[in-house]
Each structure stands twice: as structure tokens, then as C-alpha cells.
Design a protein around this ligand. Structure first.
Ligand code: FUL
Length: 505
């Protein structure tokens, strides 16, 4: 109430004191809507994509899951060059590298005081090798973040299955949290083989420990608390995807709708992360090719383009290097993204909204095309339906629409349609139920000069930060049929959770 009054007074004093030529209205800023992201989420939001690296004894046994009986001596990455990983990651658009410091076999890629199943027990670098330490230096050199995966399931630890394992796990966690600088992500994998001892993990305590030491690390698991698994390993989210979450599942727990769709009324800000490997497996197997640029673009549209963070895995080979095939695929994928998103045909359009917050320039619809995701167009309080017409300077052909909400103010838009003027008729070319950090729609190419965005429902006052249309020359006409998780599938068909196991090798 006080604020409103203050802004009314401010606005009228500006009008009164201004000379008649510049009457500028100043609107009270819109209120954020709960829940809101933390700074660690906003860091990930800036990056959008992170690079996953699966490396360990499986690289040498050609397995996907080891069993903890491996001889550490087999680990011999004689040409290990984490600078190569970091350079490629930086140049191809990734913000952080997340390394499997320990996979399910329990082999530690740093010299851990809690186990002999580690790099310290290999003759590689005379037992002084430290892959985590090398990666810390390289990520700093290339101005990247670092994240770590510490598998809860450990097939080597004798104490696994007893409460003592919680102490063991936290001991290892503490080594990683204390000795390798700032971390941006911690990955808690829910996988566990069949017929394995029951284990009562103390996840809440692990998470408290990370909060104390690494407040900027997002914590990933099926249940969040910061980022949650999207429920498949194809790198595909569903078109409806809220960042709100109530953590209705547990780590390694059963499928619940929330895992896939989030919750419109979720209490916590816990967006989905889509994880996928550039190859079939997570670890390097020489016979597996890298995914094509078309496949990687499809993944991008269905992950980053559906309000998800993206984690793409690249598996180093036995030498400790990324294979040329994967490196080439990453550069081609980057070039394809740049080509599509470099040109936004609405950039120079004349834009006419049905409502602009108190007529204030701060909330002008031109903010939609300024390439700044911080600035946004806003309506007056309580407006939940609005339209914007974009008159482009000439006709353009395009097949991608891009929208973003300013998510530091919460996620709010519930229903919208994008229309193109075709043969003098407004024709719907895309529609959606959520936007969030980024929403990309793909469709058969359309040629028009005039577009209309209709926001049909929102949880609160409308705020939108980006709107663009683009042309992707590689987009296949039958795009949706290529997607096993497309919106055309019945929900029930996608409810069986599947994690990669060794039988997928
Ligand atoms: C799964 C694991 O079982 C795979 O080995 C891999 O680490 C993948 C990212 O998560 O749950």
C-alpha cells in the first residue's frame, strides 16, 4: 500500500515538474511471484548448458557399470589433458564441467583418504595423479565452473548398506567440498542395481553439508532440492514444464507426474535438468559414434527449449582425451545453434501491445527484442490476458519461435498462442502451456510479415522478457515424429523410468 502511494506520488511529481514535452510515467515494479530461484539457479540459467564427463575404470573395462573389483592399476590416462576438455567446452557454449568423481564402482578420481579404490593406488603419475585437481585448474584457466558427481551407490565400500556408509560418504564429500575451490553443481544419481543391500542414505545431511561449504552449487537428484531429473536419459522434457516442485518423489524413487511436468503450484524453485550423452553410452566405447547435429539440435529444442537446464555428456577415451568425433560434433552443434539464433526477424519490428505497465518505457514491449533476458515487457497489475502485434519490416520465412519469462521474478504464464497473418487470416502456428526460462517451438516453415502473440492466462501480472522468430535450415518437416517423447504420446507410455545399466552397453 505504502509503495503504491509512493510511486503514485513519484509519478505525479515527475509529470508536474516536467516541462510539457517529456511527461514520463514511472510505474511501481511488478511483484515477484513465488517460488523464486536462488543465485545458484541464476548462475546455471546464464550458462544454460553444462558438460557432463563420465570417466573412470569403466573407460578401461569397456563397461557402463563396474562392480568395484577393478584393479586400480588399469587406470592409465597417459595423455590426460583436462585443458583440452575445458577449451572445447568453452568454445562450444558450455558454462561448467560436471565430472564423475566417483561412479557406482566406487573408484575415486582423486586420492581419497577413505578408500584404496582410487587414483592413488594406480601407478599412473606414480600414484600422485588427481583428475579432479587437474580439472579444477583447467576450468579456472578457461573461466568455467566445475561440478562433481559422487555416486551414492558404491560397490567397493565394505560399509555400504550400514549406517557407517553415511559417515564414509560424507568424509569423501568433505574432501571434494574442501579441496577443489568453488563448485557449481553436485550430482546425486538415483541408480542402484538389483539385489543390492538396502541403504538408508542421509541425503538431508549431505545437502546441509554442501550448503555450508558450497552455497553456489545446485544440488541435483530425482528429488531436487535445486534441480531435478526430468525422468529420461534422452535429453527430452515435456512441453508443459513448471520450475515449481514439491519433491513428491525420493532419490531413486518411482515415477511421479511432478518429475516430468514440475508443479504449477510447487512450493520450491526446482527446475528440471535434461541429461543425455553425446553417444549411446555414458562411458567411452570406441564402437559408438557421436550423435548427429540434427539429433543434438532436436535435443536442444526439447530440453533448453522446454524450460530445462541441459547436461550433455562427453566421454574421454583411454588416453584421457575427448575423441575427435565428439569434438567435431560439439563444434558443429555450436555452429548450428549460432546460425539459427543469430537472426531474430522481429528485432526491428514495430510492436503494439494491448497493455503496457502505466505506459512506462521501462516495461515497453521493445524489451522483448533487446536480447537482454533481464529486461521485460509488463502489463498493469492483475492483467492476465494481453496481445502483442509484431509488424516486421518485410515478409520473412521462419520455423522457430522463441519466448522467455524473466524467471528471477518467478514463472507465471499458463497459456498462450502465437499467430501469423496468412492469406489475411490470423493462423495459430504455436501454442503452449508453460514458458519459463526458455521455450522454443518448431513447425513447418511459415512466411509472413505480421505476427500476434496472445497471452491467454497467467498466474499473475504478465511479464515476458524475450520473443523472437528464427529460421533453422536443418529442421526436418516431420520433426515431431522423430521425438519418442513428443506431445503426441500418451502419458502412460513414458512412465517407465529407465536408467542406463550395463545391459545397455
Ligand atoms: C544413471 C547411471 O546409472 C549411469 O551410469 C549414468 O551415470 C547416468 C548419468 O545416470 O543413473
Amino acid at each position: 500500500m505504502k509503495n503504491t502511494l509512493k510511486f503514485v506520488l513519484l509519478a505525479s511529481s515527475l509529470i508536474i515538474s516536467s516541462t510539457s514535452t517529456f511527461a514520463q510515467t514511472v510505474a511501481a515494479p511488478p511483484e515477484p511471484i513465488m517460488p523464486l530461484p536462488a543465485k545458484r539457479h541464476l548462475i546455471y540459467d546464464q550458462e544454460e548448458m553444462r558438460l557432463f564427463v563420465h570417466f573412470g575404470v569403466n573407460t578401461y573395462t569397456d563397461m557402463e557399470w563396474g562392480d568395484g573389483t577393478e584393479n586400480p592399476e588399469i587406470f592409465q590416462p597417459t595423455k590426460l589433458d583436462t585443458d583440452q576438455w575445458a577449451k572445447v567446452a568453452k568454445e562450444t557454449g558450455f558454462g561448467t564441467i560436471v565430472l564423475t568423481a566417483k561412479h557406482h564402482d566406487g573408484f575415486a578420481l582423486w586420492n581419497s583418504a577413505y578408500t584404496d579404490h582410487d587414483v592413488g593406488s594406480s601407478s599412473w603419475r606414480r600414484g600422485r595423479g588427481d583428475v579432479v585437481g587437474d580439472l579444477e585448474v583447467s576450468t579456472k584457466k578457461y573461466d568455467l565452473g566445475m561440478g562433481l558427481y559422487l555416486s551414492p551407490w558404491d560397490q567397493n565400500a565394505d560399509v555400504y548398506g550400514t549406517d557407517a556408509y553415511n559417515g564414509f560418504y560424507m568424509g569423501q564429500l568433505n574432501e571434494l567440498l574442501s579441496n577443489y575451490g568453488e563448485l557449481r553443481e553436485f550430482w546425486f544419481d538415483g541408480a542402484k542395481g538389483p539385489n543390492v543391500k538396502e541403504m538408508n542414505y542421509k541425503f538431508e545431511t549431505y545437502w546441509s553439508m554442501i550448503r555450508q561449504k558450497q552455497p553456489h552449487a545446485v544440488l541435483f537428484s530425482d528429488a531436487g532440492p535445486d534441480v531435478h531429473w526430468i525422468g529420461n536419459e534422452h535429453g527430452h522434457a515435456k512441453p508443459t514444464n513448471w520450475s515449481g516442485y514439491n519433491m513428491e518423489t525420493s532419490v531413486g524413487g518411482p515415477w511421479v507426474p511432478e518429475l516430468t511436468y514440475g508443479s504449477e503450484n510447487g512450493q520450491y524453485w526446482t527446475p528440471g535438468e535434461c541429461n543425455v550423452s553425446i553417444r549411446k553410452g555414458w562411458f567411452n566405447h570406441q564402437d559408438q559414434p557421436a550423435k548427429t547435429t540434427e539429433r543434438l539440435m532436436e535435443i536442444y529444442y526439447k530440453s533448453a527449449g522446454r524450460n530445462c537446464f541441459v547436461l550433455i555428456n562427453v566421454p574421454p577415451n583411454k588416453d584421457g582425451l575427448f575423441d575427435d568425433r565428439d569434438v567435431t560434433a560439439l563444434y558443429e552443434f555450436k555452429a548450428a545453434r549460432d546460425k539459427v539464433f543469430m537472426t531474430n526477424f522481429t528485432r526491428a519490428a514495430n510492436i503494439y501491445p494491448t497493455n503496457q505497465r502505466a505506459g512506462d518505457d521501462e516495461y515497453s514491449p521493445n524489451k522483448l527484442v533487446d536480447r537482454d533476458r533481464e529486461s521485460y515487457w509488463a502489463t498493469d497489475n492483475g492483467i492476465k490476458q494481453a496481445q502483442i502485434v509484431f509488424n516486421m519490416t518485410r515478409e520473412h520465412e521462419f520455423n522457430v519461435v522463441r519466448l522467455s519469462e524473466p524467471i528471477r521474478m518467478g514463472q507465471r504464464i499458463k497459456s498462450y498462442e502465437v499467430e501469423a497473418m496468412i492469406n489475411s487470416q490470423w493462423t495459430v502456428i504455436a501454442k503452449g502451456t508453460t514458458i519459463g526460462r526458455k521455450r522454443l517451438h518448431t513447425f513447418k516453415p511459415v512466411t509472413t510479415q505480421n505476427l500476434r502473440l496472445r497471452i491467454l492466462d497467467s498466474k499473475g501480472t504478465i511479464l515476458l522478457s524475450e520473443f523472437g522468430v528464427h529460421y533453422d535450415p536443418m529442421l526436418p518437416a516431420n520433426y515431431d515424429q522423430l521425438d519418442p517423447d513428443s506431445e503426441n504420446m500418451q502419458d502412460g507410455e513414458t512412465h517407465l523410468l529407465h536408467r542406463t545399466t550395463d545391459t545397455d552397453r
